[in-house]
Design a protein around this ligand. Structure first.
Ligand code: FAD
Length: 289
């Protein structure tokens, strides 16, 4: 099928973009088009206006600022995957990106598109949850910030008004040396995850766990942080029995069910992946200590 007819707009600046979204009724923004174009073609969405973000250069950047990594919404997934600053400061983003679709989709798909599309199994929202990221929004009423914990309003529904645009995302960096791991199980490489787990782990001088963050994708409509499991890990030695106890916690979370995958299978995968991710992250934390 082909999309229904729409008016096409291609602004060059954020100001022009904001003026356009304010004046166009029933508009859709297009970033990399990897999710939107199939939805247009299938006529799942029938906008009267499509506003293309690809000419707005100020939405494309990766920089470190004030202890955080800031990434512009229009930064391509492949740029993040190969960026040297990300490799040094937040390599888990690159580990996660290798599971996002394929080389071809990552070369067009953007970080902002992924966060706004908000597929329950998408890896990048999971990494944003892991870092307690902040999303920066612009619109006719000015700018505002949304914490990732408040970003999902439900299934594939970000906390974004129809006339608002995601401009960039801030990932606060951990000050302490730490290890990281991102693991997922999908039917085939490049498919959306059945379950994916991201983990950051810092050890103290005695080798006990000083700080932990664990986030899961694919289990619910939004990424899930295992706050109770994280709290229970503090002060523990990173041993097999500690990882097993964390896996037991993870196995109790409420999980989605669909025609192919039962909730109980997702729970089992969550447990297995949490234990594996903690083990890998702690081995890496040991090196950085
Ligand atoms: P688009 O498709 O252009 O837009 C998606 C939605 O976000 C639209 O509603 C659009 O209006 C909105 N939007 C985009 N940018 C903004 C903005 N700055 N402000 C406000 N709204 C905005 N994704 C995964 O996470 N994991 C996978 O394993 C995966 N596998 C894939 C496999 C295939 C074969 C394909 C085609 C896609 C796959 N994807 C996967 C999706 C891919 O990552 C997309 O890049 C992503 O979902 C959307 O990014 P995009 O830049 O293409 O956005």
């Amino acid at each position: 099928m082909k999309p229904a007819p729409f008016a096409y707009h291609r602004p060059n600046t954020i100001n022009d973009l904001v003026a356009l979204v304010a004046s166009c009724e029933n508009a859709k923004l297009i970033a990399g088009g990897q999710s939107l174009v199939p939805m247009l073609n299938m006529r799942y969405v029938i906008p009267d206006h499509v506003i293309d973000l690809n000419r707005i250069e100020s939405l494309n950047f990766i920089r470190e600022n004030n202890g955080a990594i800031e990434i512009g919404a229009m930064t391509r997934q492949c740029e993040i995957e190969h960026d040297q600053l990300i490799a040094r400061r937040a390599p888990i983003l690159q580990d996660a990106l290798r599971h996002v679709g394929h080389l071809q989709t990552r070369s067009r798909g953007t970080i902002g598109g992924s966060l706004c599309h908000l597929d329950p199994a998408a890896e990048l929202p999971g990494i944003a949850a892991l870092y307690d990221a902040t999303l920066h929004i612009a619109g006719p009423r000015g700018t505002r910030e949304v914490n990732i914990a408040d970003w999902s309003l439900g299934y594939m529904t970000p906390a974004l008004e129809p006339d608002e645009v995601l401009t960039h995302i801030t990932f606060p960096l951990w000050k302490e040396p730490h290890g990281h791991a991102f693991l997922e199980i999908a039917r085939r490489l490049g498919d959306f995850a059945i379950v994916g787990v991201g983990c950051l782990l810092a050890l103290d001088r005695n080798g006990a766990i000083a700080r932990a963050a664990i986030s899961l994708v694919g289990v619910s409509t939004a990424p899930v942080r295992l706050s109770d499991t994280e709290a229970a890990l503090i002060g523990q030695k990173p041993t097999e029995s500690t990882f097993k106890a964390a896996a037991e916690h993870a196995r109790t979370i409420e999980c989605l069910e669909d025609a192919q995958i039962s909730a109980s299978y997702r729970q089992r995968l969550a447990g297995v992946l949490v234990a594996r991710a903690l083990k890998l992250a702690s081995a890496r934390a040991e090196i950085t200590k």
